[in-house]
Design a protein around this ligand. Structure first.
Ligand code: GAF
Length: 387
């Protein structure tokens, strides 16, 4: 039985009605890492790994949740939306945001499961939050557009779950378009779709199978370091609002000698924004060789200047870099584990997968899980006729 059939059966068994089915995908990001919360640019896309939700209304104000993959349940109610420090918070947090924004909801049932590996840096949490917001919008006809929904997801994660993440993951999962990457300006939220259907090139994810507990605390620390750099530079340049407005010349003049750590953090972000702009130009010119080199530059910056990589991710990128047919590779997402993203020529794919599996195991003692991605549409309804 495939996952959707299982979720439907589980829902019908538990709640005796036919559910609405929603698909909410994870994401990749080609380049532009840790730039979203600095009001910079990112280049993500939704992928063919997703959270699937089976949902339906209730006549009371109870919330009945079943996490199919974990075989766990959680029951709450609209009047009792407090963090539980479990997976339920990604759902309850969205409900709480709908209520805070003044939307009228009733209770609901939800069975969910997915194909996004947890902790692999593919944004399973944003996918779940978006799926829940999308579901509530359908079930209770709240009439919210996608942008409003994804902002509610971000607020849920920032304020209810307590992770101060930027907007990229929710944006990519909700706004994704099959065969396209999204060039997103995280300051204005202006965005453009760019086709990414390079013949003979595959987007390959290599999962380090590492998830360091450092990720949330270090993520929040990096944010604080960037903000501290901006606050200091504002003394000299009152017009700046974020690292988006800062140049390397400003950093060299005011921070390099006096605050070397803050300098490295800020310099990485300023350079990564430039790499993204150069990367977009390279894609437009079909110059994947240049794009690939920018990906390696991104990884080096993340590893050495921003210090959010780990030995396993560095190993995966190091192996990839030595393989023929690999155009570029880098760690992806928040860091401290999760996946690398690799652009690999199709004719080199089998050899790449064999070599990286073998050498990663030999170097780290760990297995890597490899996924060749397709770029898919963002959060959507699977069975609109049930409505
Ligand atoms: C995580 C966050 F959720 C994103 O907002 C982004 O900052 C990313 O790390 C790093 O680019 O995925």
């Amino acid at each position: 039985m495939d996952l959707l059939t299982q979720l439907t059966a589980s829902y019908e068994d538990a709640f005796q009605t036919t559910p609405l089915l929603i698909c909410s995908p994870g994401r990749v990001n080609l380049i532009g890492e840790h730039t979203d919360y600095n009001e910079g640019f990112v280049l993500p896309a939704a992928i063919d790994k997703a959270i699937y939700l089976a949902v339906g209304v209730r006549t009371d104000d109870a919330i009945h949740l079943i996490a199919h993959d974990l075989n766990e349940t959680h029951t709450s109610s609209l009047g009792n939306l407090v963090p539980t420090h479990t997976w339920a918070d990604y759902i309850l947090g969205v409900v709480a945001q709908f209520r805070l924004a003044g939307h009228q909801l009733g209770g609901f049932n939800c069975v969910f499961g997915g194909t996004i590996p947890i902790g692999a840096g593919l944004s399973s949490s944003a996918a779940l939050e978006n799926g829940v917001g999308f579901a509530l919008n359908e079930l209770y006809q709240t009439g919210l557009d996608r942008l409003t929904l994804l902002k509610l997801s971000q607020k849920a994660e920032n304020d209810f779950v307590g992770a101060k993440v930027g907007i990229m993951d929710m944006f990519a999962s909700m706004m994704g378009r099959a065969g396209h990457v999204i060039k997103l300006d995280c300051r204005s939220l202006d965005y453009e779709y760019a086709p990414f259907s390079m013949d003979n090139i595959r987007i390959v994810l290599c999962d380090s199978q590492v998830k360091h507990s450092l990720v949330t605390s270090e993520y929040n620390t990096r944010r604080a370091e960037c903000e501290s750099g901006v606050r200091f530079l504002k003394i000299f340049y009152p017009e700046i609002n974020s690292l988006r407005d800062v140049t390397m010349a400003m950093l060299d003049l005011h921070l390099r000698d006096t605050q070397p750590l803050i300098y490295r953090r800020c310099a990485y972000v300023v350079q990564e924004n430039q790499r993204l702009l150069d990367g977009v130009a390279a894609l437009e010119a079909d110059d994947l060789a240049t794009f690939g080199q920018l990906m390696y530059g991104s990884h080096e910056g993340l590893s050495q200047w921003y210090e959010v990589s780990c030995p396993e991710l560095d190993t995966l990128v190091g192996i990839a870099r030595r393989q023929p047919g690999v155009l570029g590779a880098r760690m992806m997402g928040g860091g401290f584990g999760g996946c690398t993203i690799n652009l690999v020529r199709e004719d080199a794919l089998d050899a790449f997968m064999a070599v990286i599996t073998k050498q990663y195991k030999a170097t780290t003692g760990k297995d890597t899980y490899i996924h060749v991605c397709k770029i898919e549409d963002g959060t959507h309804l699977i069975n609109p006729t049930v409505h």
